[in-house]
Ligand binder design. Structure first.
Ligand SMILES: Nc1ncnc2c1ncn2[C@@H]1O[C@H](COP(=O)(O)OP(=O)(O)OP(=O)(O)O)[C@@H](O)[C@H]1O
Length: 210
């Protein structure tokens, strides 16, 4: 997946979050969107994911040299973010069955294989609502990283993870980078250390922002 942003701008009410953003995210490359709290990292990620409307400019998605209609872009992407909820009423096995009906897994992994990779074997019949916050984060990351998508969007990926969880994230994202466009929204170096390019969202502010 390649994404071209042209003069992109997003406004909430009368406040411009970013403006005049022209940038190309190349396929097979990893990018970090950097900026202080409230600078607009999540806003840009949700706009790129098509979950949030932009106010001006253009977003063009290209896959294998063919333009992807914006309404179809969601088929090619996976996103994880603190504000996205899991289905709490499912057990882990039910959650995976549900998710993989819409988003098959990479590398012909089965659902039990993914549970092994997430190191959640002992919790396969546990309800998601009874997971710890770190287990929920590992589940969200596992679903995103291991979905068979060419665009991986990671917003604050190590939220709620301990040191072992951070190492797990780094290992698994590294094993699943090849050929994919990855965009990380973050302020924490260990979340985006693997990214070749950095986009500072404050470069696209129209005035100082709090
Ligand atoms: N739905 C909304 N309506 C109005 N303003 C919003 C909305 N969502 C976000 N904002 C504003 O947009 C700005 C950017 O928020 P955003 O969440 O994108 O920042 P961020 O860089 O991801 O922050 P953080 O590092 O704290 O997660 C903030 O001023 C925020 O208040």
């Amino acid at each position: 997946m390649q994404i071209n942003l042209s003069n992109l701008g997003k406004r909430y009410n009368y406040e411009w979050i970013f403006r005049n953003l022209t940038y190309t995210f190349e396929s097979g490359t990893s990018y970090a969107i950097l900026g202080h709290n409230g600078s607009g990292k999540s806003t840009l990620l949700t706009v790129v994911a098509g979950h949030n409307l932009y106010s001006e400019g253009e977003v063009v998605y290209t896959q294998d040299n063919k333009i992807v209609a914006p309404d179809d872009a969601y088929r090619h992407l996976s996103l994880t973010a603190p504000y996205l909820e899991l289905v709490e009423e499912f057990t882990l096995l039910e959650m995976l069955d549900f998710h993989t009906r819409f988003k098959p897994l990479r590398k012909n992994l089965s659902n039990p294989d993914l549970i092994d990779r997430m190191r959640l074997q002992r919790s396969k019949n546990k309800y998601v609502k009874d997971f710890s916050s770190g287990m929920k984060q590992r589940l969200k990351l596992g679903l995103a990283i291991y979905s068979d998508t060419s665009l991986l969007l990671l917003d604050e990926p190590t939220t709620n993870l301990d040191q072992e969880g951070v190492a797990w994230y780094q290992e698994h994202v590294d094993q699943n980078r090849e050929g994919r466009l990855i965009i990380v929204g973050s302020n924490i170096q260990h979340e985006y250390a693997f990214c070749q390019h950095h986009l500072r969202i404050s470069d696209y502010h129209t005035s100082p922002r709090k």
